[in-house]
Design a protein around this ligand. Structure first.
Ligand SMILES: Cc1cc2nc3c(=O)[nH]c(=O)nc-3n(C[C@H](O)[C@H](O)[C@H](O)COP(=O)(O)OP(=O)(O)OC[C@H]3O[C@@H](n4cnc5c(N)ncnc54)[C@H](O)[C@@H]3O)c2cc1C
Length: 440
């Protein structure tokens, strides 16, 4: 039972991050073993992702990461370095994004920070928006409200003064396929994957100061001097197994989230001519989805409350009627021609939410134990660039680099953008400018 198996690194989780990090380490010559309790790659929260690519983040390093990350999707087929993909290769669909201008302070912050990060954008007047997307109303509703609130049905309080247009936004055609692609690419570089295999414990050495492997549910132990937690919404459970509960300034916990899919109004070819809309006035965002559908996400405004998950093993993955109705009524207020559908469709999963809704790409206080966690419903887009950062970090720290006192700054492979990894530290100051909700 306890046959020791030796690898250079064990990756816990084979979602988009686990597959990406396995690929990046394997292509650097590491002997990697990835372990996942699901039956294949990308079947955790990755399979429910909206896979939206956008650049509105509240920190310049966050924007730079997304801008560099976008290039991986633009060049995804070449990036994989292998042509063997039996189900095809996922691709980026560029739609642009009109982020409605409902909060002037936020609008000015994005203008400032997108400029600093060098991301192209335009400020659109209401006339420009109406010319391009006449099916959209610019009515201002005074912020998101619960459907139980009688004010929900009140008349608009005014008109929104336009939008911030970012032409390079879009989405990845199929997030689960993207994970499969990275899985194939990692295997082609020699990484091994063990599916239907649950990690039940983290093994410690050196008076519990360092990690030395993992124990599986059947009692088997696998050994490696490096273990990486990419458990998605299960990340806090894995950190607890490693004895790291309470050791980080930024913590993670799972939060249930629903996203919905509804048909576009009759006569509107939204799939071909639509764009992505960010709408904080209604606490939602939406984008085109195959089959002339609308993918509708929520920014989880305070009025809706947050569904924190105690036990991921009992997560309700059904679309619920109240949340479906609420989101459909909200989109009907933004697209007057929208006919509320009767059949509920969508995805219910969990975000791995961090204290300030930003990711943690870092080492930990346990030598050899690394984390790429806290992706907070907004880091699918960054999975490839973050995998590159993680592989560089693991390599540098394993060679003795003191990342805590001398954080790495890495340059983007595609854009040459400097990416300051201190911004993704487990012990960073909490980002007070975070909006506390996401637009995908
Ligand atoms: C509804 C929804 C919409 C989203 N929309 C967007 C979006 O539009 N844009 C965007 O950028 N991001 C979005 N995200 C976020 C993005 O999808 C996630 O950040 C990303 O998919 C996380 O990938 P991961 O590999 O870290 O986690 P996962 O895909 O969840 O993978 C973690 C894996 O770890 C495995 N695991 C956990 N514990 C163990 C264990 N003990 N033993 C073995 N295996 C284990 C699980 O089985 C799982 O497969 C969204 C997320 C959700 C849920």
């Amino acid at each position: 039972m306890n046959e020791p198996r030796h690898h250079d690194a064990i990756v816990i989780g084979a979602g988009i991050f686990g597959c990406g990090i396995s690929f990046e380490l394997a292509r650097r010559g590491w002997n990697v073993c990835a372990v996942d309790m699901n039956s294949g790659p990308g079947l955790g929260s990755t399979s429910s992702s909206g896979a939206i690519i956008r650049f509105q983040y509240s920190t310049v390093p966050g924007i730079r990461l997304a801008w560099e990350g976008n290039q991986y999707w633009v060049n995804f087929a070449e990036y994989l370095e292998t042509a063997e993909h039996p189900n095809g290769v996922a691709h980026k669909v560029t739609t642009g994004m009109a982020f409605l201008r409902s909060d002037e302070q936020l609008h000015q912050m994005y203008v400032r920070k997108l400029t600093e990060a060098g991301v192209p954008f335009e400020e659109w007047s209401p006339e420009e928006l109406a010319k391009r997307y006449p099916w959209l109303t610019l009515a201002e509703f005074g912020g998101p409200r619960s459907t139980d609130d009688p004010e929900f049905w009140s008349e608009p309080v005014g008109e929104l003064p336009g939008a911030l247009w970012t032409p390079d936004c879009g989405y990845v055609s199929d997030p689960q396929l993207a994970a499969q692609n990275l899985h194939h690419a990692a295997q082609a570089k020699g990484a091994t994957f063990r599916f239907n295999t649950r990690v039940d414990d983290i093994l410690l050495a050196d008076d519990d100061k360092a990690v030395c492997g993992v124990q599986l549910r059947d009692g088997t132990q696998i050994h490696a001097p490096v273990v990486i937690n990419v458990g998605g919404p299960w990340s806090s459970t894995l950190n607890e197994l490693a004895g790291l509960a309470g050791s980080m300034a930024i913590e993670t916990r799972p939060m249930r989230h629903e996203a919905h899919i509804a048909p576009a109004p009759e006569g509107l070819d939204y799939e071909a001519n639509g764009t992505m809309i960010g709408d904080l006035d209604q606490g939602m965002y939406f984008r085109p989805s195959p089959g002339n559908n609308i993918f509708v996400g929520s920014t989880d405004p305070d009025c809706d409350g947050h569904e924190w998950v105690q036990d991921m093993d009992t997560l309700n993955r059904e679309i619920t009627e109240p949340i479906w109705n609420r989101q459909m009524m909200r989109i009907a207020k933004r697209i007057p021609e929208f006919g509320v559908p009767h059949q509920r469709r969508g995805l219910a999963e969990a975000y791995d939410v961090s204290t300030d809704w930003g990711p943690i790409y870092d080492r930990t206080d346990l030598d050899g134990f690394f984390v790429a966690i806290g992706t907070s419903g907004n880091q699918f887009k960054n999975a490839c660039v973050a995998s590159h950062l993680m592989a560089e970090l693991v390599t540098a720290v394993s060679a003795g680099h003191d990342h805590d006192n001398d954080p790495l700054t890495l340059r983007g492979r595609f854009t040459d953008t400097p990416i300051d990894m201190a911004a993704f530290s487990r012990n960073r100051p909490i980002n007070e400018e975070s909006t506390g909700g996401v637009l995908g």
